[in-house]
Ligand binder design. Structure first.
Ligand SMILES: [Fe+2]
Length: 362
């Protein structure tokens, strides 16, 4: 079963092609973004004339931080109500998109003052348009929102079908201004999503062609985009791969790889994509005996071997200097095991498995 209620527009005319659908979503959008990406990408400068042309008023909330927290979501939701907006347009990487999903839900369901917000309290939402400016998260086509709880310091997500954006406007030109670090880390996040679509115990052969095409596109285009950041075709191929990654995890969820990465991002400030990349091979190795056939078939479809893939990945030196103490590891094993991504792992992951993988990062 595949479920994807998001209308997707892709390519250099994505915004123009989406215009009629976008305008129909409400009378006044709240544009949700980070501090700079909406402007730098060119997306905001293209969106505003479209709104003005249609006589649509708008408000802008440009205060979403990286790894957004619930406090920011609540602040944005209050601003949405004060500005009398009735739908949202999120521009940016995963952070503004995920924050906007939560803003829409807590506004629609009157939960702004609520402390314990859980998906069972959501019965409806406000329409959301997602305009990605990175090629990685896939949040433009998923039902997930990953937020940090500042009281516990835990990065955790929720998923609800209500959170799927109504429209995804994917224009690769918006990724041309990304620096190499963001290009690399977001591509590795997309790669993780595609691979986890195979790792996951919810894997679905129906989407294997997308997974194969996505991984192939990343392997063939990532170095081109890093060496020639203005290569639009390479950027388009990476954005398409990220979109396929999003479509994939909307069906399969992510697994241990994401669970291991969350504490690294929260405590050491390393990016989400890098934290996935640092544990990618170790997680694949752990799962391999149980999903050998699926992975061998994947690599065979890509005309490579598992060793070829690992060798290619090694070229990007996905490492970080971490002060990873035994105490930190012991403190976070329970957090990793409790994360909702663990429901999708193809094996029963033990405390020792987690300890061993974290020890490889020392
Ligand atoms: Fe991710």
């Amino acid at each position: 079963m595949i479920y994807l209620p998001t209308r997707i527009f892709f390519g250099a005319n994505a915004l123009q092609n989406a215009e009629a659908y976008l305008i129909r979503l409400g009378t006044k959008p709240l544009i949700v973004t980070g501090k700079s990406s909406a402007k730098l990408s060119g997306a905001l400068d293209e969106l505003i004339p479209v709104l003005k042309k249609n006589n649509a008023d708008y408000a802008i909330f440009a205060r979403v931080e990286e790894n957004p927290c619930w406090d920011t979501v609540k602040e944005g939701a209050k601003f949405l109500i004060d500005s009398q907006c009735d739908y949202l347009i999120a521009i940016g990487g995963g952070s503004p998109l995920d924050a906007a999903k939560a803003m829409a839900l807590i506004t629609a369901n009157n939960l702004i003052e609520e402390d314990n917000i859980t998906p069972d309290k959501f019965s409806h939402t406000l329409p959301l348009v997602a305009i990605p400016t990175t090629a990685g998260t896939g949040s433009e086509v998923t039902q997930y929102s990953v937020l940090t709880d500042t009281s516990t310091g835990i990065k955790a997500g929720f998923g609800t079908e209500l959170a799927f954006p109504k429209l995804a406007i994917c224009d690769p030109r918006y990724t041309l201004s990304l620096n190499n670090t963001i290009t690399l880390h977001t591509a590795i996040d997309a790669l993780s999503h595609l691979l986890e679509g195979i790792f996951s115990n919810k894997r679905q052969p129906l989407i294997y062609p997308l997974i194969q095409a996505g991984i192939d596109a990343i392997m063939k285009n990532l170095e081109i985009a890093l060496n020639s950041p203005s290569n639009l075709q390479a950027r388009a191929n990476l954005m398409q791969a990220a979109l396929y990654g999003g479509i994939t995890i909307a069906q399969t969820g992510t697994t241990l790889q994401h669970s291991l990465g969350y504490p690294l991002t929260t405590h050491f400030g390393i990016s989400h994509g890098l934290s996935n990349g640092m544990v990618l091979k170790q997680v694949m190795e752990l799962y391999y005996p149980n999903i050998k056939e699926e992975l061998d078939n994947l690599f065979s479809a890509l005309n490579i071997t598992k060793e070829n893939f690992e060798h290619w990945l090694d070229k990007f030196s996905l490492r970080a200097e971490l002060e990873l103490s035994d105490e930190f590891i012991e403190d976070h094993i329970a957090e990793v095991l409790a994360s909702r991504n663990m429901l999708n792992t193809p094996i029963n992951v033990s405390e020792e498995d987690i300890r061993k993988i974290y020890n490889t990062l020392k």
